[in-house]
Ligand binder design. Structure first.
Ligand SMILES: Cc1ncc(COP(=O)(O)O)c(C=O)c1O
Length: 415
């Protein structure tokens, strides 16, 4: 070996050592920064202070949808939940779930919050967890819009996208999230892994009962005749409904239900059933609707609140994909409201309720998230065409001709 070769090797070894030492220093600094941010957020939490971004959640504007109000000769209102900092109605739920878990000790600072979600709750949880100094893990079906998983990752949460399968399957996104929390607890002790469980966790209902519902009543008071919205977990409808009925027992609460969901039949006929479930029709990988976040084929604890309380629901309305898509284009064109798919379902149902009550009534619903969350699916004409919705279904004129004439508000018969 020449001396120049051994010099070169010595330089390489020293350089490698320097790089490793520098990287280790960077890692130590990063870990200390993370520890100190956790310590700060822990201290803030103990003092009962909230991260500032969390105080921006709620108190969203209520807008009168002029076009729909003019056509129905009613006042049709939409509570603009898409203006929450995390972009959807789920911000309220995520904040409440994580705060309650930190208070009860089911979650400790530095632990991981795990959730299975079609998207919006994942985005909201990722934001809230960041603000409160906890980690976040989200499992979602791989047919949910890519915008949502990209957003969850942007907040620094971990995302896994799984095949959409039945809730009975161990790889359903909800079961994947539950197991992740269990394994964090098994490895690092109680409080290290918390399953948010938005479907069964009644913190969801409480967030809407004490937040959204109270805000709506504060603005519209006893003059409000009806509230309607679609259900995913059921937290919004149960919570808002309970808050409004507590103040004014005369207000009517309605369920809106998209294609492929069994809730409509459960509410009006007492049987959890949807046409798409019929013998010979059930697909291996079910595809029932282009809407996201609403519609379900099981009864959750949040939804059960409405079934257990007699006469809480006045009725239900079935909403087709064609109607929801056309409604989203209609209010974008006439009102400058750019909404996502569940909001469009809600507005179709709000019109139905307004028409059934007659002129002069006031109906309120939720604008859950913005169309921006749905650019590659609900707002993509190519995507809709691939799912059998032709340009004619997407068009909207000056009137609500796209509404199916045979559909009516059906009275509830809760069993
Ligand atoms: C965009 C969107 N809208 C509406 C809902 C339904 O609200 P809830 O779960 O309160 O029934 C969800 C639920 O995940 C959602 O993600």
């Amino acid at each position: 070996m020449t001396s120049s070769t051994s010099d070169a090797r010595a330089v390489t070894i020293l350089t490698t050592f320097a790089v490793v030492a520098a990287s280790a220093a960077v890692v130590v600094v990063a870990l200390r920064a993370r520890e100190s941010s956790r310590a700060n957020s822990s201290a803030r939490h103990e003092r009962g202070e909230r991260a500032d971004v969390l105080r921006a959640i709620g108190n969203t504007p209520l807008v009168r949808v002029e076009s729909l109000s003019a056509i129905t000769r009613c006042d049709v209102y939409a509570k603009c939940e898409f203006l929450n900092p995390g972009g959807s109605v789920k911000d309220r739920v995520a904040r409440r779930i994580v705060e309650e878990a930190l208070e009860s000790g089911e979650l400790v600072e530095g632990g991981v919050v795990c959730e299975g979600t079609a998207g919006s709750t994942g985005v909201s949880l990722a934001m809230v967890c960041r603000a409160l100094g906890v980690e976040c893990f989200v499992a979602m079906p791989d047919d949910a819009a890519m915008e949502k998983s990209a957003l969850v990752e942007a907040y620094g949460a971990r995302v896994v996208r799984v095949r959409p399968v039945s809730i009975a399957h161990r790889d359903h996104f909800v079961n994947v999230a539950r197991r992740k929390a269990e394994s964090a607890r098994a490895s690092h002790g109680a409080g290290a892994g918390f399953f948010a469980d938005q479907f069964e966790n009644l913190a969801n209902y409480r967030a809407h009962k004490e937040g959204t519902g109270v805000e709506i009543y504060d603005e519209l008071g006893d003059a409000l005749d009806a509230f309607v919205c679609a259900c995913g977990t059921g937290g919004t409808l149960a919570g808002v409904g309970a808050a409004l009925l507590e103040k004014n027992p005369a207000v009517k609460i309605f369920l809106a239900d998209p294609q492929g969901s069994g809730l409509f039949n459960r509410v009006v006929r007492g049987v959890m059933y949807t046409q798409e479930e019929a013998e010979g029709k059930r697909l291996k990988n079910p595809f029932d609707t282009v809407t996201e976040g609403v519609g379900i084929n099981r009864i959750t604890e949040n939804f059960k609140i409405m079934l257990e309380r007699s006469n809480m629901l006045a009725g239900a309305i079935k909403v087709s994909d064609v109607e929801a898509v056309a409604m989203s284009r209609f209010v974008a064109k006439h009102d400058g409201l750019f909404i996502g798919s569940s909001s469009a379902v809600n507005l179709v149902a709000a019109v139905r309720v307004a028409q059934s009550l007659g002129p002069g009534h006031r109906v309120c619903t939720i604008a859950c998230d913005s169309g921006l969350r749905h650019m590659t699916k609900f707002w993509s004409n190519e995507y809709l065409a691939a799912h059998g919705l032709t340009p004619r279904d997407v068009e909207c004129g000056e009137r609500l001709d796209f509404l199916d004439r045979d559909v009516q508000v059906t009275p509830a018969r809760c069993y």
